[in-house]
Structures are given as structure tokens and as C-alpha cells.
Write a protein that binds this ligand. Structure first.
Ligand SMILES: *Cc1c(COP(=O)(O)O)cnc(C)c1O
Length: 238
């Protein structure tokens, strides 16, 4: 693969994020290999994503099915994990199943069943995370914490999907103690549901933490942080 020209700002940002992740791991007695960085590439051009991959990014996350499908053929995705992290509409399931390595935004039985059906048809198993609306916010997707257990019970036996853990986008909070409290609540849900040992569920991934709060998320047990603007700069929407 041809090495693209590298923007020193991108290189600096990636190093800064990786260093902060490593420090948060050390500070909380975790191994740096326990936490993976997923670079959130929504609105980012394929060239720039390829630069990030050349700099060592191993996981990417996109929000929109259409945007991802439009870019993917221009990406150097060898050895790179691809995640769908945005809200998924049932009518887009056919387009995305098989095109990503994990769907992180499953929040209803209906959606899980659709992914199950298409995966079975295609002879594959799609790893998924269940998205939890930990802050109980009206406008956000995700299952409410008190309905999580019920949803896991409804979907754990579906063929063609494999639950690998939980994902959350918490409310935007400014105080460190508040951020930690909400991540801690999420970690507790993760641990409680892991202890139930439902068949076909590997409760191993906890996807939480974004540019403004990934350090606090790691301190509270995150295994995947999803970082966009701290790597690529502020997003510009057209
Ligand atoms: C955009 C987005 C992110 C990354 O947000 P930043 O604040 O730019 O790091 C993470 N997760 C989801 C679900 C997103 O939509």
C-alpha cells in the first residue's frame, strides 16, 4: 500500500489520544491492551481516513450506512475493524450486514431480528453491541437501563447474531465526577448482565467514551473508546 502524505496535526492528535489512553489505563491499574481505540470517521474524507490508518488506526466507526458505503471502496481496510455506531433503521439492515465487523447500535428486538434474519440468509454471524440510553434522554436512541435485561433475554437466542457487549452515548456532562458517575453506572449494568451468563452472549466489550470523556470512561472500565474530533478536528457538516 502506498503511504499517503501524513498531516503532522493528525499524527500529533493520534499520539496525544493514545498517550492519554495509556495513562488512563496505568492510572486505573489496567493493561493498555485492554482498551481499543476506534477512530470515528463520520464526515471525514477517505484520504484522511487512509492517513489515519497509515498512522496505525486499527478500528474505524461510521454513523451512517450511506456515507460508509460511499467511502468504503476508497479505504485501505486491510486488517482494520469496521464498526457501525450510529442509529440503524430497519430498512438499511440489508445494505450494512456483511459490510462491517460489528454493529454497535442495536436497541430493539425488531432491529436485532432484522440483523439476525439477513445474517442467516447470508450465512454469517454479525457481532453486535446493545446500545443503552444510560442518561434516559428523550431524544437519544438506546434501550433504557431498566429494559436492558428483557431485551437481552429476547435476543440472545437469535441465530446469525452474537451479542458481544454494550455501548452507550451518555449525556454531555462537564464535571469529571459526573462523567465518572454515569460511566460507573454503565459499568455496573455491564457487570450485572455479564454475571447472568445468558447463552450466546459474550459480555466482553463495553463501548463508551468519546473525545470529551474517554479518559473518564477508561477509568470506569471501557474497553472501546470512540474518538472523532480529538483525532480529525472539528466536524464540518455540509
Ligand atoms: C460522533 C460520535 C462519536 C465521536 O464523537 P467525538 O466527540 O467527535 O469524539 C462517538 N460515538 C458516536 C455514536 C458518535 O456518533
Amino acid at each position: 500500500m502506498e503511504r499517503p502524505l501524513i498531516d503532522p496535526v493528525l499524527e500529533y492528535n493520534l499520539r496525544t489520544v493514545s498517550d492519554a489512553m495509556a495513562k488512563a489505563c496505568t492510572d486505573s491499574g489496567r493493561s493498555p491492551t485492554d482498551v481499543r481505540l476506534l477512530a470515528v470517521t463520520k464526515t471525514v474524507s477517505a484520504d484522511r481516513i487512509n492517513e489515519a490508518i497509515a498512522l496505525g488506526v486499527k478500528q474505524i466507526g461510521e454513523n451512517r450506512v450511506q456515507e460508509y458505503l460511499g467511502k468504503k471502496d476508497s479505504l485501505h481496510l486491510d486488517g482494520v475493524g469496521r464498526h457501525l455506531i450510529g442509529h440503524l433503521q430497519t430498512n438499511k439492515v440489508r445494505q450494512i450486514v456483511g459490510q462491517v465487523d460489528m454493529i454497535q447500535s442495536i436497541d430493539s428486538e425488531r432491529l436485532a431480528s432484522a440483523v439476525s434474519r439477513v445474517s442467516v440468509e447470508r450465512g454469517i454471524v454479525t457481532p453486535i453491541l446493545v446500545e443503552v440510553n444510560i442518561g434516559g434522554e428523550e431524544a437519544k436512541s438506546g434501550v433504557s437501563p431498566d429494559r436492558l435485561e428483557e431485551l437481552l433475554e429476547q435476543i440472545h437466542d437469535l441465530p446469525g447474531i452474537r451479542v458481544r457487549g454494550l455501548m452507550t452515548v451518555p449525556p454531555i456532562l462537564t464535571k469529571e465526577a459526573e462523567k465518572r458517575a454515569i460511566f460507573s453506572k454503565m459499568y455496573q449494568l455491564f457487570v450485572d448482565n455479564r454475571a447472568k451468563k445468558l447463552d450466546n452472549i459474550d459480555m466482553v466489550e463495553l463501548s463508551m467514551g468519546m473525545s470529551g470523556d474517554f479518559v473518564e470512561a477508561i477509568l470506569e472500565g471501557s474497553t472501546i473508546v470512540r474518538v472523532g474530533s480529538a483525532i480529525f478536528g472539528e466536524r464540518r457538516y455540509n
